[in-house]
Design a protein around this ligand. Structure first.
Ligand code: ZN
Ligand code: ZN
Length: 364
């Protein structure tokens, strides 16, 4: 049996890449050191912050909430709240909401739950069905990712957040990195830093990833040791996503060559620096969506366009006329696509492959 490298007691954690093992007490110290180093190194937080933790209900985001609430007790200028976006996946979400409310209650943290059903008029399950009926080429993770990010930013802002913290761990980050490298999408790679988003748009809340350098097995153990994880975890749509395969691949590589995940992260950090110097800015120019006013890289935001393609957002002739030219063209293009797909779908042809590569969130 492995023994703790510090005190010699039986180990609960073995790090093959680093050649160390820890007992529970020394694992938690190691974990805390690691996260605080990330926070310092990438300047994730300022002296005064209203932090909103975006909770998916999974172990990683619950671990992050638990960690930041405890840390905030030592930092006088920090206030921590929690936000859960309920996309409405039947048989999965009901359970994770209960767990979230229990943990938030135990931590004494203020929280808010925002629902797809209330904000968009439909649950994710209904949106996935609608999309299939209309022959849209997107996977569930695409809808979920786009609408989740959209609602998260909006709700966090309404809660007075100066920063949103998400539970993405090192595994999530390097998976997304590899997916975007395979898709040759360097603008998306440029957005994979530990701090994302231009602070310039008044409606945009900065996003940070405190578990950027922490392995998934470490966030899992942290969650287990604090009673935040009981085995129930996986989103039922996950096996449909491209991430699923990439995750298996990276885990197999790590198994054969311990340290592969850290190598991938170093590669990403180098790539970010090279992209920055080459002027490939992931955040680019940010404007306001001509339809909803939320921050967007394009004249119309992804969430509004998706709603138009789904047919759950209809614009009147008059509204269409009032849009700036570029925005109107984007909407008209989406409407033409919708019409084409409608005809194809009624003809019974198969829909083309997903073009929404790398869009899934992956935060646990
Ligand atoms: Zn020890
Ligand atoms: Zn919009």
């Amino acid at each position: 049996m492995a023994r703790c490298s510090v005190c010699g007691r039986p180990a609960v954690y073995v790090d093959r890449a680093g050649g160390v093992a820890f007992c529970e007490k020394h694992f938690l110290e190691y974990f805390d050191r690691k996260v605080r180093r990330t926070i310092r190194r990438f300047r994730l937080f300022r002296p005064r912050e209203r932090i909103v933790v975006a909770v998916s209900g999974g172990k990683d985001s619950l671990a992050l909430l638990h960690y930041l609430v405890r840390l905030s007790r030592r930092v006088p200028g920090w206030e921590v709240k929690a936000l859960l976006v309920d996309e409405g996946i039947k048989g999965y979400r009901e359970y994770t909401i209960k767990r979230f409310e229990r943990v938030a209650g135990e931590l004494g943290v203020e929280y808010r739950i925002v629902r797809f059903r209330d904000e968009l008029g439909y649950t994710l399950d209904e949106i996935v069905r609608l999309g299939a009926e209309r022959g849209l080429p997107y996977k569930p993770c695409t809808y979920c990712g786009v609408f989740r990010r959209y609602l998260m930013n909006k709700a966090a802002r309404e809660m007075g957040a100066t920063v949103v913290a998400t539970g993405h761990n090192l595994d999530d980050i390097v998976q997304t990195y590899l997916m975007n490298v395979l898709g040759n999408d360097w603008e998306k790679v440029a957005r994979l830093g530990p701090v994302s988003g231009p602070a310039s748009h008044p409606r945009f809340v900065r996003k940070v990833k405190p578990f950027y350098e922490v392995l998934e097995k470490e966030t899992t153990l942290y969650a287990v040791l604090h009673g935040l994880y009981d085995g129930f975890e996986e989103c039922p749509y996950a096996p449909l996503g491209e991430r699923w395969e990439i995750r298996r691949l990276i885990n197999r590589l790590e198994e054969q060559r311990p340290g592969t995940k850290y190598s991938l992260l170093r590669s990403l950090l180098n790539a970010l620096e090279i992209l920055r110097r080459a002027g490939v800015a992931g955040d680019g120019e940010v404007r306001s969506c001509a339809i909803c006013g939320e921050p967007s890289a394009h004249p119309v935001c992804r969430a509004c366009l998706l709603r138009i393609e789904l047919g759950i957002l209809e614009l009147s002739e008059e509204q269409l006329e009032k849009l700036p030219r570029e925005a109107r063209e984007m909407v008209l293009h989406a409407l033409r696509l919708r019409e084409k797909r409608r005809r194809r779908a009624s003809g019974g042809a198969a829909s083309p492959a997903d073009r929404g590569r790398g869009d899934s969130g992956g935060a646990g």
